[in-house]
Design a protein around this ligand. Structure first.
Ligand code: NAG
Ligand code: NAG
Ligand code: NAG
Ligand code: NAG
Ligand code: NAG
Ligand code: NAG
Ligand code: NAG
Ligand code: NAG
Length: 771
């Protein structure tokens, strides 16, 4: 590196300096002596502000060293420093190069300055023996500059998406080559991303939202590297077309659905910087502002087209999206199941109308399922192997219902079999054949057919009615009602035959005493259709309604005719009981004979009551009588009535009849203790009654105190206290009756009392005390 060729000529420093300076000063105009061959200049690098030491060759220490400097671009060398080993001289102008000093023969440059760039030449004077040699060392010093902190600049800090943006990284100084690196950090802290650009210019053309964020530029050269502060690029964009989401999510062909009464959340999102402002419209009416619209309880009225409007207030740009929202609601109530009447296959009908959308219905039976149908589902299923009580279920499904709704149809066979009945309309113009077979699911099918099996009208369920015009020639005709049910094999039937009525009479001959009551009885006996009974009198006249003479009693199928106050002239004769129906009539005769009093037998003898006493707490009386005079008789008749003073006494009722002709004593029971009865007795000779006896009322039997009373009574005197006792005893029971007391002298017994003691005693009592 250092020039090795040197001439050794000893001479002093001043001379040398002179020589050197002369030489230097003559640089460019060096003496014509050939310039010593120069070594290839060595390159040395130093950093500005740093230090660098330039060595002047090697070998033994020279006598004199002279450093000179030729700046870049110049050809004129300038002395820098010189030393002869003992003393050192630094050219003052050399401070432009930094702080210059010599260390032995090396030139030390500290706080290096850029102006030190250039060529340094070191000339050294050596002594070899007695010769002076000069050596030359050439050095080229490069002063390197570190890069300064880069600065980033944006051509537009808030560009709109699509614009062109230039990001510039500027370095004030720094030794070339300077290289650059870019880093981008998105605002949401996604980490820094190295941009693959090594230029100081970053072209974002067109700029988009992904470019938004912090930008940092780094610059490097051989000396150092520095990064800039971050610069924010705020890309303005949007709003994009909004995206609407619906919660809970249900998709239809047109949009979204939710169930009635549910809470619905409509959310809208439209990417935008600055963020969007949102407005919700329902069918063009504003319903909400803000990104989220909540319907707390959806109703059918909420169905509609929902539009979300998004607006970027910075750009005043708008976008919108619409969705159709449909509120689903199930049909009301439950599906309803029905079985259509048919006798072959079973036809099931399930309906559940309404709802949005309509419900899906499906039948399921014991042997499989039917097809699915909306709102109403009809299924015809074969009935083989079905038992009584087979259940078919219709399932209704609807998106708004968590659980399906059901209805069931149970097939059952009506019990028993059809029943046939005939009724006739008023006046018997029409005959109704009715056939009933109630119950069953489906109901049974019924139809009427005639003798030839020809159908009379169509089929009907549970009840079939056929109407006929009443005609005489219907008698004897037969009609059949056929009943069929899909669970009953074979078919069942009932039959009717139209017949005139039949009747019977209780007695064909009736005898009645003159003035008595006779009963003629007639009863229906089968025959169809239902008949009407009536009585024709002896003159052929119809007894239409009850009168004082004729009383009609209709009891069920029996019609009784009561003839009162029988009169031989007017009531004797042949009566006819007639039965009529719409098909025909029939009749039977009854002969009534009214026997006049005494006309057949002599009158029986007169009768008198000898004794009439109470027994058993006034619920019974004992009656004894005597027959007066001769006369033939066949028995006795006792009659009774409530005893009332004055007119208005009740009618006589026969209390006992068929009393043997030998009998003189009778007990009558069943009396009301609260009623005072009057009694009489009649003798009978066959159907002839005798004169009634006198009328008597019963008395109490005697008891211990009676003899004293009787004593007084016998004299016609009355002991008031005893009389009061009797009166009260009687009056308590018969307050309305004035007493007339008979007092038997013997104790009561079943034996008839002797005739002699049976004399009635009349006692008249005046009552002063109020009972
Ligand atoms: C300078 O030279 C002297 C003698 O030649 C030597 O001892 C000393 O180490 C040298 N100094 C440097 C810094 O080389
Ligand atoms: C944004 O620009 C970058 C590069 O220019 C490109 O790769 C990217 O696809 C763009 N993004 C959008 C959303 O346009
Ligand atoms: C059931 O559906 C049929 C057609 O499939 C229709 O004619 C009928 O009216 C519907 N019935 C009801 C009750 O909706
Ligand atoms: C079928 O069942 C129902 C009840 O389940 C019953 O009332 C009916 O009598 C039954 N029919 C026959 C024919 O057993
Ligand atoms: C009535 O129903 C029976 C059994 O289903 C059938 O055979 C007959 O033809 C029907 N009659 C009429 C008149 O519809
Ligand atoms: C009874 O029927 C016959 C014919 O059969 C008729 O002449 C007569 O008038 C009918 N009698 C009554 C009371 O209907
Ligand atoms: C029977 O009594 C009636 C009146 O009560 C009387 O007219 C008739 O003469 C009496 N007969 C006899 C035989 O006493
Ligand atoms: C009473 O009647 C019977 C038979 O009816 C007869 O034998 C008898 O002679 C009659 N007696 C008198 C008294 O009439």
């Amino acid at each position: 590196m250092v020039g090795q060729r040197a001439q050794h000529r000893p001479f002093g420093l001043p001379l040398l300096i002179h020589l050197c300076l002369l030489h230097l000063g003559a640089s460019g105009k060096l003496p014509a002596t050939p310039r010593p061959p120069m070594e290839e200049a060595a390159s040395v690098q130093g950093v500005r502000g740093g230090s660098v030491e330039l060595a002047c060759g090697s070998g033994p220490a020279p006598l004199v060293v002279l450093w000179s400097f030729t700046p870049l671009g110049s050809v004129v060398p300038r002395p820098v420093a010189v030393t002869d080993g003992a003393s050192t001289k630094v050219e003052p102008g050399a401070s432009a190069l930094g702080i210059v000093s010599l260390q032995n023969s090396s030139l030390l440059l500290r706080e290096l300055r850029e102006s030190a760039r250039g060529h340094f030449l070191c000339q050294a004077l050596h002594v070899f023996g007695d010769q002076l040699h000069t050596t030359y060392s050439y050095l080229t010093l490069a002063v390197l500059v570190p890069v300064s902190k880069p600065k980033v600049r944006l051509s537009d800090p808030s560009p709109v998406e699509g614009d062109s943006v230039v990001v510039t990284c500027a370095v004030r100084e720094g030794t070339e080559p300077v290289t650059f690196a870019w880093q981008h950090q998105a605002p949401q802290g996604l980490g820094e991303v190295l941009v693959g650009v090594k230029e100081p210019l970053l072209w974002l053309d067109p700029v988009n939202r992904t470019h938004l964020g912090w930008y940092v530029c780094s610059a490097y050269n051989v000396v150092n590297g520095l990064s800039s502060d971050g610069v924010f690029l705020d890309v303005v964009y949007g709003p994009d077309k909004p995206v609407i989401t619906v919660e809970p999510l249900g998709l239809t062909a047109e949009g979204f659905w939710v169930s009635e009464k549910e809470e619905v959340t409509l959310s809208c999102l439209a990417a935008s910087n600055p963020p969007s402002h949102y407005v919700w419209l329902c069918d063009d009416t504003q319903v909400h502002t803000g990104p989220t619209y909540v319907i707390s309880s959806a109703s059918r009225a909420h169905t509609g087209l929902y539009t979300c409007l998004a607006r970027n207030s910075y750009l005043d740009t708008r976008t919108q999206t619409s969705v159709q929202l449909t509120i689903y609601y199930p049909p009301v109530g439950q599906p309803s199941c029905a079985v259509l009447p048919s006798s072959a296959a079973v036809t099931l009908l399930c309906t559940w109308p309404g709802g949005l959308p309509t419900a899906q219905l499906q039948w399921e039976g014991p042997h499989g399922t039917g097809p699915t149908a909306p709102s109403n589902a009809t299924w015809t299923s074969s009935v083989t192997r079905l038992s009584n009580g087979s259940v078919f279920t219709c399932t209704g499904k609807h998106p708004a219902l968590a659980l399906p709704a059901l209805c069931r149809a149970t097939l059952w066979e009506p019990p028993h079999s059809p029943t046939c009945r005939i009724t006739a309309t008023v006046g018997d113009q029409l005959i109704l054949l009715s056939c009933a077979w109630p119950g069953g699911m489906p109901p049974a099918m019924l139809s009427w057919v005639d003798e030839q099996g020809q159908p009379l009208g169509g089929n009907s369920s549970s009840l079939a009615i056929h109407m006929l015009q009443a005609q005489e020639d219907l008698a004897g005709r037969e009609f059949t009602c056929q009943g069929s049910h899909l669970l009953r094999i074979p078919d069942v039937q009932c039959r009717l035959q139209l017949e005139p009525p039949q009747l019977t009479v209780a007695k064909t001959q009736v005898l009645v005493l003159e003035g008595g009551a006779a009963w003629l009885e007639c009863a229906l006996q089968g025959g169809m259709p239902p008949a009407q009974l009536l009585w024709l009198g002896p003159q052929g006249q119809q007894v239409e309604r009850s009168t004082s003479e004729f009383v009609l009693h209709l009891e069920g199928a029996q019609l009784r005719l009561q003839i009162q106050g029988a009169d031989p002239a007017r009531h004797s004769g042949t009566y006819q009981c007639v039965a009529r129906n719409a098909v025909g009539n029939s009749s039977q005769s009854v002969v009534l004979e009214v026997l006049s009093e005494g006309c057949v037998y002599p009158a029986p003898p007169n009768v008198t009551i000898s004794r009439l006493t109470y027994r058993r707490h006034w619920r019974e009386v004992q009656l004894q009588w005597a027959v007066q005079g001769p006369g033939n008789l066949t028995g006795f008749l006792v009659q009774q009535r409530a005893s009332v003073s004055g007119p208005g006494a009740g009618a006589w009722e026969t209390a006992a009849s068929d009393i043997e002709p030998d009998s003189r004593d009778w007990q009558l029971g069943g009396l009301d203790p609260g009623v005072l009865y009057a009694f009489r007795i009649l003798a009978l000779n066959h159907h002839t009654t005798g004169h009634p006896s006198e009328v008597k009322t019963p008395v109490d039997p005697p008891f211990s105190i009676y003899p004293a009373v009787l004593g007084a009574a016998g004299t016609g005197m009355v002991v008031a206290t005893v009389a009061s006792l009797l009166v009260f005893q009687y009056a308590a029971r018969h307050p309305q009756v004035f007493p007339r007391i008979e007092t038997p002298t013997t104790t009561p017994s079943s034996d008839p009392a002797p005739e002699s003691t049976d004399v009635p005693v009349n006692v008249t009592i005046t009552v002063t005390a109020t009972p």
